[in-house]
Ligand binder design. Structure first.
Ligand SMILES: [Zn+2]
Length: 317
């Protein structure tokens, strides 16, 4: 059957990816540019326009009915603006208006990148079939998004589910966001590595001091590396338990580089959840690794564009 297409944009600090996507989430055409993240905002939007130019030049473009954007945040979906932390040239940048100007005035849906990944995991990944889910990206930062009552819950500005900046340590270390003891300040990849090094862990002979190297050391039995992952797991568990208690999620999906650490992360995470998720209605909560790969941002942005259109719905299957 002939299905309409949507255009998807995934805008991050290192690359700007675009795609034409069908109602089954299949990517029919791709375009990509590096993000000139340290350049003036006009240069950054030119890279976005170059990606869109490749898409609009395709004969498939005539079938495109909407545009979905997942962007590094913060975003303000109500205003159509973005202020990505890692793209200083964009502050309250009118991204929706600029994209609409080069896409024939099509409707444009803007969501945060954590919300986009959540949409993708709910549509085709680990949260599929779950009506109430928290999906997280744990890597350089910690982001996330919520599915509530079977629907993506972006919130008024598109940032809902931003679990990385929930405080789980009231007098903890200052976080770049201005708060203290945030989940991200304890559980992000750089903080896992920092804590291990402070505890005396020695990076390997190649000098790899990444969270992945700490995970490898933990798997080999290094107690300091293990303890750093246990602390990260504890912070994640406290944040997940708080979320579950507030809105009754039944699954938490964890992606990103740290999410690939396997049982080094998930074993202490499940143990810590038993400590923090104690009320009867949250005890069935499960945690699981993400399933979507590097296209999650694009697929999620496409999902947002598809599901907001009143005349069409996302095809499940
Ligand atoms: Zn914070």
């Amino acid at each position: 059957m002939h299905t309409d297409l949507v255009a998807a944009l995934d805008i991050g600090g290192t690359k700007i990816a675009g795609a034409l996507v069908d109602g089954h989430g299949r990517i029919l055409l791709r375009a990509q540019r590096p993000t000139p993240a340290q350049e003036h905002g006009d240069i950054v939007i030119r890279a976005v326009e170059a990606v869109l130019g490749e898409l609009t030049a395709s004969p498939l473009w005539s079938r495109v009915t909407a545009v979905g954007i997942g962007s590094a945040g913060p975003v303000d979906a109500s205003a159509g603006t973005v202020s990505p932390v890692n793209v200083p040239g964009w502050r309250d940048f009118p991204l929706v208006e600029r994209v609409r100007a080069v896409t024939d005035g099509l409707p444009v849906e803007l969501i945060g990148d954590g919300v986009a990944i959540t949409a993708a995991e709910h549509w085709q990944g680990a949260a599929r079939g779950h009506d109430n889910a928290l999906c997280m990206v744990v890597s350089t930062g910690v982001g996330g998004g919520l599915v509530l009552g079977g629907k993506l819950h972006p919130g008024p500005t598109g940032n809902s589910g931003h679990i990385g900046h929930i405080s789980v340590d009231l007098d903890g270390d200052l976080c770049p966001c201005g708060s203290r003891g945030c989940v991200e300040r304890i559980a992000s990849g750089p903080n896992i590595a920092r804590r291990a090094i402070e505890g005396g862990w020695q990076p390997g002979p190649e000098g790899d001091a990444s969270a992945a190297a700490v995970a490898a050391a933990a798997r080999a039995g290094d107690p300091v590396a293990t303890a750093s992952f246990e602390r990260a797991a504890q912070a994640l568990a406290a944040g997940i338990a708080a979320t579950a208690t507030l809105v009754e999620i039944d699954i938490a999906v964890i992606g990103g580089g740290v999410g690939k650490a396997g049982e080094v992360l998930f074993a202490p995470l499940r143990a810590a959840l038993r400590d923090y998720a104690t009320l009867s209605f949250v005890q069935r909560l499960t945690v699981t690794p993400a399933q979507m790969g590097t296209d999650a941002g694009l697929v999620g942005a496409a999902s947002a564009a598809l599901s907001r259109r009143p005349t069409n719905t996302v095809v499940v299957g």
